[in-house]
Design a protein around this ligand. Structure first.
Ligand code: NAD
Length: 260
């Protein structure tokens, strides 16, 4: 149902973003991938996505901490695949530390990648969507956009901010055929979660198993990690015309975490 549409998915060389890019491509969208990683692996993913969509698939290595690179990426998408009709603000990083020790450069990087990059993408993408009278802006927030955990001050602040940005832009675009929403997953098993286990072990003096069961899945009543494909299916639904009334929403897929 997305044939003829184009999509940019930031942070789509791994995890949730890659699953969303694959899901959009499977419905025929031309996709611009973004993110870091090993060149061969990125090229393999790009090739598979192009084959699945039957449309163009590109990769742009724009660094989400750099506003000029973000603007250039959106302009490149417009030139090479049109639109963008769909943008998914998904790039994100995590850093775990008590606030008193939290390195300023980590705070700045998390705010830049997890929050400010979405502002730059929206600013660049909204005019083309408005001109077409159709657009979908989806941001991967987190259960941490609704509730906090200790030692994640920057991440929690950025994700709460992303929900505010989403609401404001949803109101600005409400009569333009554009919807703007957040999806807020609980813990999804991806490299981002894997990478924070050692830091959490250190910060809280726990074993790997204790972090998995007592910290991560302790918050999630289903006792199951959310899967990247479940998040991707949710994002795909928001791209449907049937989802036109859903805007300015922060939609949870968190195994019941924030029901507590
Ligand atoms: P991941 O580490 O697997 O993927 C992150 C992606 O972002 C990668 O493609 C990486 O290259 C890219 N990226 C990182 N820094 C970048 C930069 N400066 N510029 C451009 N790209 C950059 O992580 P994931 O778990 O798939 O997370 C994706 C999103 O989902 C993030 O916003 C994260 O906060 C959010 N999220 C994840 C979970 C979870 O449990 N994994 C839960 C809720 C929300």
């Amino acid at each position: 149902f997305l044939k003829g549409k184009s999509a940019i998915v930031t942070g789509s060389t791994s995890g949730i973003g890659l699953a969303i890019a694959r899901a959009l491509a499977a419905e025929g969208a031309a996709v611009m991938l973004n993110g870091f990683g090993e060149a061969d692996a990125i090229e393999r993913a790009r090739g598979e996505i192009a084959e699945a969509s039957g449309a163009a698939a590109l990769h742009d290595g724009a660094d989400m901490t750099k506003p000029d690179e973000i603007a250039r990426m959106v302009a490149r998408a417009a030139d090479e695949i049109g639109g963008p009709d769909i943008v998914v603000n998904n790039a994100g990083i995590q850093y775990v530390s008590p606030v008193a020790d939290f390195p300023l450069e980590k705070w700045d990087a998390i705010l830049a990648i997890n929050l400010t990059s979405a502002f730059h993408v929206m600013k660049a993408a909204v005019p083309a969507m408005r001109a077409k009278g159709w657009g979908r802006i989806i941001s991967t927030a987190s259960a941490h956009s609704l509730v906090a955990s200790p030692n994640k001050s920057a991440y929690v602040a950025a994700k709460h901010g992303l929900v505010g940005l989403t609401k404001a832009v949803a109101l600005e675009t409400a009569t333009d055929g554009i919807t703007v929403n957040c999806i807020s997953p609980g813990y999804v098993w991806t490299p981002l979660v894997e990478a924070q286990i050692p830091d959490t072990m250190k910060a809280r003096g726990l074993t790997r198993e204790q972090v998995m069961n007592d910290v991560l899945l302790a918050a999630q009543p289903t006792k199951q990690f959310v899967t990247p494909d479940q998040v991707a299916a949710f994002a795909l639904f928001l791209c449907r015309d049937e989802a036109a009334a859903i805007t300015g929403a922060n939609l949870s897929a968190d195994g019941g975490w924030t029901a507590q």
